[in-house]
Write a protein that binds this ligand. Sequence first.
Ligand code: C2E
Ligand code: MG
Ligand code: MG
Length: 712
Amino acid sequence: MLKRRRLLLIDDDDAHSKIFQEMLINADGGPFQNDTVGTLARGCERLKQKDIWAIFANLSLPDSQGLNTLDNIQKAAHGVPILVLAGAEEQAIATEALRRGAKDYLLEDHIDAYSFARALRNMMERETAEEGMFTEKERAQVTLNSIGDAVLCTDTEGNITYLNIVAEQMTGWSCEDAQGERLAQVFQIVDGVTRKVSPNPMELAMRTNKTVELSANCVLIRRDGSESAIEDSAAPIHDRSGEIAGAVIVFHDVKMSKAITEEMVHLAQYDSLTNLPNRVLLTDRMNQTIARARRNGTRAAVIYLDLDGFKQINDSLGHDIGDKTLQSVAARLSSCVRNSDTVSRQGGDEFVVLLSEISHPEDASVMAKKILNALTLSHSLGDTSLHITLSIGLSTYPEDGADAETLLKNADTAMYQAKKNGRNNYQFYTKEMNIRAIERQNVEADLGFALEREEFVLHYQPKINLATGQITGVEALVRWVHPNRGLVPPGEFIPIAEECGLIMPIGRWVLREACRQVKEWEGSGLQVVPVSVNISSLEFRSGDFVESLSAILKGTRLDPNYVELELTETVLMRRVESANAVLRALKCTGVRLAVDDFGTGYSSLSYLKRFPIDTLKIDQSFVRDISTDPDDAAIVTAIITMARSLKKRVVAEGVETEEQLRFLQAHGCEEAQGYYFSEPLNAKRFAILLEAGMTSFIPTANEEETNEVNVP
Ligand code: C2E
Ligand code: MG
Ligand code: MG
């Protein structure tokens, strides 16, 4: 998946935040996402989400000053790079901040889009360099641990700095314990014949600045006192300027069997939990496969798979069951493939299967189906038996990439898409997936600015009493007036806002704006009706929703009787007890509660009875075919009857035709909403509608054949 960088600006100076936002629009390496907070407390709170890539922090904040600000951010940020902004006269403080780990600083008289952009670029370059160093170190580490010789390093003083796995085994010291110990303590050697302590090879190597072979008959005394005959050599290590920085001693058990050497190699290339090839070996095999396929003009495929909801298995059933699940998955996967194919574990609950020779891309989908079938059969793990599902992404050589990295990345993208498509399925990679991912990122980046640029508007759709034609309520529906895209409907950005957390401030804005608008209508003498606001599950579960609702009601001074919250069934049916507690607290504020899109979730009737719900809104999908599909007609009739017996109001959504309207009237539905009466309108047009009323839209017995234009 593509890397998205999210920046956090902690600064209460609006001028800075403005320059910062402007700079980000054009900054290389983007698109960037960003958040701005004005206090240290809010910054630390925001950092808890652990998704911030870099922090720009003003040291002077309303609730913290100077280096105290940096110290607190560092505590909350766990290694996220920090750039500090300091006052024009605070050069000394800024320098001290660098010493304490800040990556860079800007002084206030130098803050402009150019210096922000340069600081950002430096951060990215540093990250690339650090990643390079990390890879280099990893590679050295893997190499050191995969060779059969013991390797031990010391500094110039003769204190241990490193042991590889074999050295750990042979000396009986763990690298951790040995670090900082004297060489003679960890590496005790004597002459096997005379039993005299052998001269320290390291000293000689450093003194002569040459590699030295060890004396013959050398015996190593292990930490537990056991002995082994070794052969070894020592060499000096130089630093960049050519000075001696320490020494490395390489030794091996003279009798150490080939089997142990092989075991070491195995450890470096295989995953210890499942005994499958790990990422290192997979990459190696992929490179070989690609080279062969290129020579012979054959194809290969990569199957990327990820278990659905594995975290829940681990969290709820324990790590032991989690581990067993992974082992069972590994065993089944291995039994699905041919000997020439490679099954590997990438880490966590992700596995990759490399099909080294396929004739058509379809062969890969045959294998994907086979894997889905094999893995979804119940797994018996000791006393427990477990059902799992998984999502699979496929990429093929040469169509989807010419090297291992690209093929893996694209199979991963396809897997992500499979997850989005509802899990337990497989998807081939397509170029559009990348385009869609980028497109989605753009929306996300723009969404970050939309609130402060005041790009959201509310449209209002009336609810009509079907007996009298009176407007009984209005639903507020959010739209995004995007500078380039025009009017964006909520379906295209609410799910993204939910994923990236922006739904919280957006939801709060919608609620406040809806309340403010009704209050304004009331003030201008209109006969107002209750306004319904859609609440997303994240808001409902946020913990401070009741509080922020109360604050908005207080702030706008709107009577809570004029507010209704629409919640979907799935929100209510998940974790029913806590949902009920929140509902009761909401009810206490005086607002009304409605279940939106009713009939699409899996409501349990007994819960519905217990919940303090006032209204059920029948989902549009049932209303649409009410007059043609007997099943839908039956469902709608049943919902109306049930709502009556539970003493709840019922509103039909998506009424578009007179036929639908008549059906609903005939079956005793009280209220409805839909294009038949009115589309959602902007505030101005809705005010006109509110004043004029809509009674003429209800057909009565003598008016049956009128054909009016319904949308004002
Ligand atoms: P919803 O709450 O079920 O809203 C009804 C949707 O049906 C609205 O779409 C409305 O324009 C549309 N609609 C109304 N009458 C008819 C009709 O006769 N025929 C058809 N085909 N459609 C009709 P919209 O505005 O695109 O909103 C879609 C969904 O987005 C809403 O479904 C709601 O779930 C969500 N949404 C809208 N505003 C907000 C908001 O402020 N916050 C949150 N969290 N979600 C919102
Ligand atoms: Mg709604
Ligand atoms: Mg609805």
